[in-house]
Design a protein around this ligand. Structure first.
Ligand SMILES: Nc1ncnc2c1ncn2[C@@H]1O[C@H](COP(=O)(O)OP(=O)(O)OP(=O)(O)O)[C@@H](O)[C@H]1O
Ligand SMILES: [Mg+2]
Length: 305
């Protein structure tokens, strides 16, 4: 990758809090216009990594550059390049939505003649135009999150970092926010930390799996899903599981495992060629047959356990 294509470069990053090593020799490159997902269990180091990139936290050692600028020397420049939605946006409660956005717009140096237009555009984008003149302390969690997103974008940053943007939101609001993130694709460089695997799968160009401060694996959602199984799961619902001879199934070359869940058999396969033989074994006992592709949930569980 040539250096002008890289927007964020993380090099040998270490961070500890007392005896807890939150990040251990972390290396990562994020391309311009890329939407990178970071997934990982609680305490994996996702928020710590993000806070270092945003110059909110200092690492113990290592370097991060954003657009070629160093977190050690160019903090003001980096802060102006990044829009950050924290896990729990701390909004000034007594401000009205429009006032809050105006305040941050001025803080980030958005030209005065552009600021009101920008605020209108962002309120429209996050579906909050009708609440522009209501105070933040009258907003529900999802509405605050929407204003948090608008605040992160007020200075039209090149890099946008979302730390669990849809956590605890209702399905419609989550979808609105996901659609919005999707629209940023290709235009902006985006980091998305999420515990929702379908969200990572839907939105991200690449996903990094972080655990105990280290990246365990990284790639496109498709690559990660293919890598863990390379195979598929056949689900066969039957009338009476007792009437099925598991040994006959296990004897088939492509069958890797047979599990029973109620009256449904889950058969792991490394190729499709034995599917007709499996269907023969079930014969008239069969109620329904389905194949299940591995999901990012499967990837998460297999990689981090
Ligand atoms: N300010 C702090 N002081 C002490 N320990 C901290 C601090 N911030 C983070 N840690 C610890 O560092 C580790 C990584 O935390 P971090 O918040 O980065 O995890 P995360 O991956 O964002 O987790 P989650 O999914 O729960 O948000 C955890 O063990 C956490 O307890
Ligand atoms: Mg976190």
């Amino acid at each position: 990758m040539s250096s002008d294509q890289i927007m964020i470069k993380i090099d040998s990053l270490n961070k500890s809090f007392g005896h807890i090593q939150a990040l251990e020799n972390l290396n990562l490159e994020i391309k311009k216009g890329e939407l990178l997902g970071i997934i990982g269990p609680n305490g994996a180091g996702k928020t710590t990594a993000i806070r270092i990139i945003c110059c909110i936290l200092q690492p113990n050692s290592g370097e991060v550059t954003v657009g070629g600028y160093s977190i050690h020397h160019d903090q003001i420049k980096i802060k102006s390049m990044i829009g950050y939605l924290p896990e729990e946006p701390n909004l000034y409660e007594r401000f009205k939505a429009r006032e809050l956005l105006r305040y941050f717009g001025e803080l980030y140096g958005v030209p005065r003649d552009q600021i009101e237009g920008r605020i209108d555009q962002l309120l429209e984008l996050v579906g909050m135009s009708h609440r522009a003149d209501d105070r933040i302390n009258t907003f529900s969690k999802g509405l605050r999150q929407r204003i948090g997103i608008a605040r992160a974008l007020i200075h039209d940053p090149e890099v946008i970092i979302f730390d669990e943007p849809t956590m605890g939101l209702d399905p419609a609001t989550s979808q609105a926010i996901r659609n919005f993130i999707k629209e940023l694709k290709g235009e902006k460089t985006v980091i998305l930390c999420t515990h929702y695997m379908h969200e990572a799968d839907l939105l991200c160009d690449r996903v990094a799996i972080l655990n105990q401060g280290k990246i365990l694996d990284m790639g496109t959602p498709k690559y990660l899903k293919e890598k863990i199984h390379g195979d598929l799961i056949l689900q066969v619902r039957v009338h009476d599981p007792q009437k099925i001879d598991r040994n006959q199934l296990m004897a088939l070359e492509s069958v890797e495992g047979v599990n029973l869940d109620g009256n449904q058999f889950l058969i792991s396969l490394h190729s499709r060629e034995d599917i007709p033989h499996i269907i023969d074994v079930f014969g008239a006992q069969t109620i329904a047959v389905n194949t299940k592709e591995p999901t990012l949930d499967d990837v998460f569980i297999q990689t981090t356990q």
